[in-house]
Design a protein around this ligand. Structure first.
Ligand code: ADP
Length: 183
């Protein structure tokens, strides 16, 4: 299965991605995690992207797209994957479509996490990652609304939406039920 997770920062995509990746038997690919790994390993890419992550800006598409293209070419991702944090805008979605089309593949479903913005701001402040400061969080939310939410129209009929408020286990079950109903 080729799945994209979409939802505002703090919606719990990363937590659910870990569960879903195991249940669905596909690798969890998080662009945020890939960038943070580059930063902690002090690679050249890490140095290039650090300021974007710190300020909550999107990393330029050219950089992000190449990193994803490379990751998707690895053997474990050939038969399926769960993308978390990518695409984050319609241009990235276009590039993803092209990458997949080269092997006559396509995205099967987009799983949307629905949650109220005030709840996620509280959660992120409690999480306390280095980019979880209130002004940076608000900026990431704003970018979600302007850049990422339009993906829901872009993907149209393949979007499956779930309520992302509640117990972690229950949300995982909701996601699996909603995806099964699509198959
Ligand atoms: P969150 O969902 O809380 O914003 P992520 O781990 O998904 O956390 O992303 C953290 C940061 O990584 C983003 O604020 C952005 O700077 C960068 N980033 C992640 N994915 C992308 C992407 N697809 N395009 C551009 N920048 C990205």
């Amino acid at each position: 299965m080729r799945l994209v997770l979409v939802g505002p920062p703090g919606a719990g995509k990363g937590t659910q991605a870990t569960v879903l990746s195991e249940k669905l038997g596909v690798p969890h690919i998080s662009t945020g995690d890939l960038f943070r790994a580059h930063i902690s390993n002090q690679t050249e890419l890490g140095r290039e992207v650090q300021e974007y992550l710190d300020s909550g800006e999107l990393v330029p598409d050219a950089v992000t797209n190449e990193m994803v293209r490379e990751r998707l070419s690895q053997p474990d991702a050939v038969d399926g994957f769960l993308l978390d944090g990518f695409p984050r805008n319609v241009a990235q979605a276009g590039v993803l479509g092209e990458i997949l089309a080269q092997n006559e593949h396509k995205i099967d479903n987009v799983l949307e996490f629905r949650i109220d913005e005030d709840i996620v701001v509280e959660r992120l402040l409690a999480r306390g990652r280095t980019d979880d400061k209130e002004d940076v969080i608000r900026h990431r939310q704003q970018l979600y609304r302007s850049e990422t939410a339009p993906l829901l129209d872009y993907y149209g009929a393949i979007v499956v939406s779930i309520d992302a408020v509640g117990d972690v286990h229950e949300i995982g079950e909701r996601a699996l039920r909603a995806l099964r109903a699509e198959q």
